[in-house]
Design a protein around this ligand. Structure first.
Ligand code: LLP
Length: 442
């Protein structure tokens, strides 16, 4: 982590209207207390401790329903990208709404099945599936497998020859469309590892359609994440439709669905994300006339705004002319600020009307890069008081680690006025339980 990053300040950045951000997450204030739905978040911080991720079932439902309604003119299925938040209780909320699941490993497949998703509603994506994963997916009957290379297709053909049932296959195309997002999460341009390059799609389609146990059912793409602009979707879909025409012209007529991936961005600060209606306005005129089923794989859009990370102030410290607020959530809990320099808004759980000052909000992990916010204007909280990091429902807990032998945070689900711990905080003992201290007999 270069020095430059650590000197970034966010002057003025906290002076934006938080109302939209609060609305997105079903957050509000009651007598100065931060509420999620009908629950006072301080109650959770006090009873469960911190750091704790808290998810709002109602805001997940509202997001799902808005997207589902916008796509209603076309046959479609929303397959939640499990990688964004794989807690079984969150998966269950989405399954109950009728969502399918988009998975990238057997681990995610097992979670989705454990949460009650029907195997047939599951899409298996991912650039590095192992032979074992392909066999398991085939045996359990996932809806379709998106292949990402000719080499993977070779392996899948071998697996399919021994599989009892036909396997439906999607070709994940790399449409060579550049999306305007962080380079680590842009996945649809040329020269990166994802997808089958457009000039090899026809060959892949032929090979799939000639295989007795494979069926080419889907053309797929995923352009990147946190997209705020409809342009990449339009360009990507145009390329998919061009390829669809080529495949059909080659006499292959089995494609029944187009999977346009995930990527819908959310508000972390003052962004103007694409609404489901704006997305639909762009994609429906292109996709509607095909009559094909449209699949989407949103992750962040469904759960990102619906989650917060609760943390407590451990110390205030002045050093080198700077003021630090040391909190109990570290980069092992929420890696996004240090990994992508991502902005997460930070608010106090109880408003006390104290004046603001500029602080670096840092965690307890032994890395200078362990920060939640740099140069952030925040009210003067003291040790023991609580904060919430907003927009932590996607790529939060799932990217957390045990670095510094820190147990992973607890997870809580709020549903209206009720709340429940849906994953307890990991204990130190759980971290080393399967380790063998003395593997060799004396
Ligand atoms: N489908 C595929 C094939 C994907 O690779 C992804 C995300 C999604 C769907 C869901 O994308 P979403 O709708 O959430 O944008 N850890 C990063 C984000 C990585 C996204 C990777 N792929 C972050 O914290 O920003």
């Amino acid at each position: 982590m270069g020095e430059g990053v650590l000197t970034v300040t966010e002057a003025g950045r906290s002076n934006f209207d938080r109302r939209a951000l609060f609305d997105d997450g079903g957050l509000g204030r009651r007598d100065g207390a931060l509420m999620m739905g009908g629950v006072r978040l301080t109650d959770i911080a006090e009873q469960v401790g911190t750091p704790t991720f808290v998810y709002n079932a109602d805001s997940i439902r509202a997001r799902y329903r808005a997207l589902d309604a916008a796509l209603a003119p076309m046959p479609h299925r929303i397959c939640f990208a499990v990688k964004a938040n794989s807690n079984l209780a969150v998966l269950r909320v989405l399954r109950d709404l009728g969502a399918g699941a988009d998975i990238v490993s057997v681990g995610e497949l097992r979670r989705a099945l454990a949460a009650g998703f029907d195997a047939a509603s599951i899409v298996f994506s991912g650039v590095g599936k192992t032979v074992g994963e392909l066999e398991t997916a085939a045996a359990l009957g996932v809806g379709h497998i998106n292949v990402e290379s000719i080499e993977e297709l070779d392996l899948l053909m071998q697996v399919a020859s021994k599989a009892p049932n036909r396997i439906e296959v999607g070709i994940r195309v790399n449409p060579a469309v550049t999306a305007d997002t962080h380079p680590y999460i842009s996945t649809g341009q040329g020269g990166i590892k994802f997808g089958v390059p457009t000039d090899r799609v026809l060959e892949a389609a032929r090979r799939i359609s000639e295989h007795p146990h494979l069926e080419l059912g889907v053309l797929a793409m995923h352009l990147g994440s946190q997209l705020l602009d409809p342009r990449p979707y339009r360009e990507g879909i145009e390329r998919l439709l061009g390829l669809l025409a080529q495949i059909r012209a080659a006499g292959i007529g089995s494609i029944r669905a187009l999977d346009i991936g995930g990527g819908l961005g959310i508000r972390y600060r003052d962004e103007a994300p694409l609404s489901p209606e704006q997305l639909a306005e762009v994609i429906t005129p292109l996709l509607g006339p095909t009559g094909l089923r449209i699949l989407l794989e949103p992750g962040r859009y469904l759960v990102g705004s619906a989650g917060v990370l609760l943390t407590s102030v451990l110390y205030r410290k002045h050093s080198g002319g700077k003021e630090f607020m040391i909190v109990d959530a570290g980069m092992n809990d929420l890696v996004r600020p240090s990994h992508y320099q991502a902005y997460h808004d930070i608010v106090e759980l109880e408003e006390r009307g104290r004046p603001e000052s500029t602080v670096d909000v840092v965690g307890p992990v032994c890395e200078t890069g362990d920060f939640m916010a740099l140069g952030r204007s925040l009210p003067g909280l003291v040790a023991g008081e609580h904060l919430a990091l907003l927009g932590a429902g996607a790529y939060g807990f799932v990217m957390s680690s045990n670095y510094n032998s820190r147990g992973r945070a607890a997870e809580v689900l709020v549903d209206g006025a009720r709340w429940a711990t849906v994953r307890p905080r990991e204990t130190a003992e759980e971290l080393y339980r399967s380790e063998i201290a003395a593997p060799f007999p004396q």
